[in-house]
Design a binder for this molecule. Structure first.
Ligand SMILES: Nc1ncnc2c1ncn2[C@@H]1O[C@H](COP(=O)(O)OP(=O)(O)OP(=O)(O)O)[C@@H](O)[C@H]1O
Length: 313
């Protein structure tokens, strides 16, 4: 195992009966990284994460977590990780404080350390004022924050989160992202699964796109978006029809179409380099540029490109 890797997975497969939910996936996560699995419902994300957190048995492949073999030392693996499940798993009749205290006691944390840790975590997820509230009276976002705090009680090296912001409103989602960034900054490696493009894009150092049980591609959000090798340019000129005819002859342009009050151009390579050429050509043909907007492909474009379909399908 490479000492830089805190998670090392090789040729992992998992079947339910005849159905192969995870199909020969390999990937590494580096210490301190924020790593995400991005894929639609049913892609195999939960199955994969459940194997890594020792909830599902390892059928095929090799997994090392925090230097321990999942097969030979599942207990040591469990002691190195924190978990936030997809479903809310709080005891409704416990208070916020009791929830954290109960969990810390489960791990036999001494009283003084326990109290300090709980204070720190309540502060981190901004639930100090809610410490005596029953969890059933918390909002959805607060419940999630409490679960994140609970997952962090034992100072795990890696925090696993399965779809942590499912069902939260946009504002609460973004607040949850802030906490996760904070947790990651403080040195905890994060492994997250999500079907939200913006979530993976905004949080991750690296993303693996997973579909039908297979990893389709892996890279930083920038690498993935740049790998399409094309940019999108919106252009408004003094004569769009004339401009279109001229631009279509440019070998660097993959496609140019008129859209509402502007021209949409898809470039074959780096748009920032092609744009000055385009402007020059237009000027030479006595066309005035009224407005211009260069846009990098979004994670939606990336997903569409690699899987052949939009994720919302
Ligand atoms: N216990 C099970 N028995 C049979 N099939 C299962 C079981 N659990 C999951 N599957 C199937 O395996 C595939 C992968 O499911 P999995 O839950 O891992 O996907 P996912 O990407 O996490 O999606 P979701 O976020 O909706 O859970 C799906 O087709 C699912 O129906």
């Amino acid at each position: 195992m490479n000492p830089e890797n805190i998670i090392e997975v090789k040729n992992l497969s998992h079947s339910y009966g005849d159905f192969r939910a995870v199909d020969n996936i390999s990937f590494n996560v580096k210490k301190g990284e924020f790593f995400s699995f991005l894929g639609p419902n049913g892609a195999g994300k939960s199955t994969a994460i459940n194997i890594l957190i020792t909830l599902l048995n390892l059928q095929q492949g090799s997994v090392f977590i925090a230097g321990h073999s999942l097969n030979e030392n599942p207990k040591k693996v469990r002691n190195s990780i924190g978990i936030v499940f997809q479903e809310i798993t709080l005891d409704r009749d416990m208070t916020v404080y009791e929830t954290l205290e109960f969990h810390a006691r489960l791990y036999s944390m001494p009283k003084e350390e326990r109290e300090k840790r709980i204070e720190y975590l309540l502060n981190l997820v901004e639930l100090s004022e809610k410490r005596d509230d029953l969890t059933k009276n918390l909002s959805g976002g607060m419940k999630r924050r409490l679960e994140i705090a609970r997952g962090l009680i034992t100072k795990p090296m890696i925090l696993f989160l399965d779809e942590p912001t499912i069902g939260l409103d946009p504002q609460t989602r973004m607040k949850t992202w802030d906490y996760l960034r904070e947790v990651n900054k403080s040195g905890t490696t994060i492994f997250l699964t999500t079907h939200y493009m913006d979530e993976a894009d905004s949080l991750s150092d690296r993303i693996s796109i997973i579909d039908n049980g297979k990893i389709i591609t892996t890279g930083t959000p920038e690498e993935l978006k740049n790998s399409l090798g094309k940019d999108i340019i919106y252009l408004e000129t003094s004569d769009d029809n004339k401009a279109l005819k001229i631009l279509r002859d440019n070998p660097e342009i993959q496609d140019a179409v008129k859209k509402d009050s502007h021209i949409l151009i898809i470039t074959k390579s780096d748009g920032a380099k092609i744009l000055p050429q385009i402007m020059h050509t237009l000027e030479k043909n006595s066309l005035k540029t009224i407005s211009v907007n260069l846009k990098k492909p979004s994670m939606d474009d990336v997903f569409l490109h690699y899987t052949g379909r939009a994720l919302r399908e």
